[in-house]
Design a protein around this ligand. Sequence first.
Ligand code: PGA
Length: 244
Amino acid sequence: MKIIIKKDYEELSKVAASIIGDELKSNPNMVLGLATGSTPIGTYNELIRMHKEEALDFSKVVTFNLDEYLNIPYSNPNSYHYFMEDNLFKHINVKAENIHIPDGNAENVEKFCIEYDKKIEETGGIDLQILGIGENGHIAFNEPAPTLPLETNITELTESTINANSRFFDSIDEVPKKAITMGIGSIMKSKKILLLANGEKKADIIAKILKNKVVTTHIPASLLLLHPDVTIIMDEDAAKGYLE
Ligand code: PGA
């Protein structure tokens, strides 16, 4: 596992975007795994800048998002469909038909989950997956649990995640309690993974993972210790506990 510590969020975002940009230049058809949340917004802003100022080309890129709330209208700014359009897709030249986001409104969600994994496989698998990390160690919506499904699945959000995500909603009651998430196996199959973490709130979980060197499904991100090509990029605040 490679660890990069940058001074602040802006520097972290620039490094992450430049790694993605380099990968994209060497493989214009790359399959890019995308995340939502506050963490990747700076990276997306930098990718947008690179597209506008440096002609970074997304025309052949295929994207797969990690997750989406269940039964949320996509006109809701808290839906991940809305988030991705607003924070990235409408600003770059990715083709609409190459974008994949779990469909929390699918008629048959179970069937959708199976097809989502199939689609990822058919494209040859994810070349580079961007991940954030929850304060409880979740990746995508793979929440701490005694066991974790490998494949894309419907999951219940934990109280910790509902609390953390309530900052985006008018009230905690409005936070959806269920979501579709790529499973741990789907994520671990990615050829390369970039895990981004910023801010003091992430310091404890990062320290636990990097210092304990133990894998447990109770900290889903700890499973990344088993992946052959993971880079953690964090700012000094998130690295505090690790550096202590
Ligand atoms: P955040 O969420 O980027 O908003 O902190 C990360 C996550 O929950 O995976």
